[in-house]
Design a protein around this ligand. Structure first.
Ligand SMILES: [Cu+2]
Length: 316
């Protein structure tokens, strides 16, 4: 079985298994008595049905046992629920998580920011959850946590990672066309690694992902652009392999002739630097025919946009 990777998740698992166990015992008992009575009171053995008198003691004890079983299930779950929904312990690591169409941003103290949720092993984590647009939901199945991010309000959740590794992190609330692409990872590492990462001395990439561009030495514009393409959420809507997602693919896009709709009229343009920069700031100004005006204005500055353009030029 996939065991919970957090201490709080183990509470969820224990309630789950207690309830499943009780249900399994009841299932076996019910099926046993059903088959037993079928056999015991079969027609050939008792051709004439007789009256069965009530038995107050038996009925009351059934009632009593059922109440005890249901209350036991409730109390077991309630115990864990109170802990999980309660206050995070003092000294927890604080992370601000923001959902937007269609990516997650995690902000730590010291100005560190990431699109993957990087966490230290064994330390309680307190997440303050926000949304920039619509309702999203932060969901890490392995952590047994799911909490909505609601625009205009702050939600919170806490847990203590109890296993190192890379875990899937989803948006669990349908939030528009790119919802299914709103996937990232939670990575739990040792405390020393985490502190090095927090201080900007080390990069941490989720297991299975392509390693970040050479950490040492100057990054080229295209490498920076590739990182921005991932971290700013462009990749949710624009592919790099020519496939059509919510927006046009970046493959072969630079220098291409496109028909766009400007103020309701179609016209032909060449995708150059000026067009891309304008489209980042005013995405609805010139929309390529065949696509919806769904793109939010980019949070990138012109220098960052130019890096993304450098990256785009490598996608021939
Ligand atoms: Cu979402």
């Amino acid at each position: 079985m996939f065991s919970a990777a957090t201490l709080t998740g183990k509470e969820v698992d224990s309630a789950f298994w207690v309830i499943t166990g009780i249900c399994a015992v009841l299932f076996v008992l019910i099926i046993f008595f059903m088959l037993f009575f079928l056999y015991r009171y079969r027609r050939s053995r008792s051709p004439v049905p007789g009256d069965i008198e009530g038995n107050a003691t038996l009925e009351l004890s059934f009632l009593g046992i059922s109440i005890v079983i249901v209350l036991a299930m409730f109390l077991w779950g309630w115990d864990g629920y109170r802990m999980i929904r309660g206050q995070a312990p003092e000294g927890s690591l604080e992370v601000k998580a923001t959902g937007q169409m269609w990516l997650w941003t995690f902000e730590y103290g010291q100005g560190r920011q990431s699109n993957t949720l990087i966490l230290p092993y064994g330390k309680p984590v307190s997440i303050r959850l926000f949304s920039n647009d619509v309702i999203h939901s932060l969901y890490v199945p392995a952590f047994r946590v799911k909490q909505d991010a609601v625009p205009g309000s702050e939600k919170d959740l806490w847990f203590t990672p109890d296993e190192t590794g890379t875990f899937d992190l989803f948006c669990a609330e349908y939030c528009g066309t790119g919802h299914s692409a709103m996937i990232t990872k939670a990575v739990v590492v040792g405390e020393a690694d985490f502190n090095a990462w927090l201080a900007g001395k080390k990069e941490i990439t989720p297991a299975g992902a392509a390693p970040a561009a050479a950490a040492k030495g100057e990054k080229t514009g295209a490498e920076k652009g590739r990182e921005l393409f991932q971290s700013k959420g462009c990749s949710a809507c624009h592919s790099t392999d020519g496939s059509k997602l919510i927006g046009p693919s970046f493959k072969g896009l630079f220098g291409k002739k496109e028909t766009v709709v400007t103020a309701g009229k179609e016209r032909e343009i060449t995708v150059d630097e000026a067009y891309i920069i304008k489209s980042e700031h005013e995405p609805a100004a010139d929309v390529v025919v065949g696509f919806q005006p769904l793109m939010p204005p980019s949070p990138m500055n012109d220098e960052e946009i130019k890096a993304v353009i450098e990256f785009m030029k490598t996608l021939k």
